[in-house]
Design a protein around this ligand. Sequence first.
Ligand SMILES: [Fe+2]
Ligand SMILES: [Fe+2]
Length: 130
Amino acid sequence: MSFLSWHDRYLIGHAEVDAQHRKLFELVNHFDDVVQMDMPDELGRILDDILICSSDHFRFEEALMEELRYPGLFEHRRQHQELVEQLQQMVVRMKAGGHLSTRSFIRFLVDWLANHILREDMMIRPYLKS
Ligand SMILES: [Fe+2]
Ligand SMILES: [Fe+2]
């Protein structure tokens, strides 16, 4: 079951970036399924996938922004770094069976995906046309 639904309003208009965002949505949904079904073996794997896909995606997006001479790249890169650091810390804590609940981790992911895409990634849209 998908609890985070993809919607066309998340499309920024670049096929590869949009496909990567969609993939991240799928991973978050898969993570939610894994939590619901209580599959501890699968948990570590999906956490690694989320971390790897996010880092790859950020690298791709930053390279694209550089290519497009997007003026907000510096600030955008800073936000990506912050997200990766938060994500890494959460993954480490979750793998260690720490206090972080899967619910707060999911809330963080959903908030990041929805808000970062809609507010920040969307800002490169006008630069794609030129
Ligand atoms: Fe971004
Ligand atoms: Fe993005």
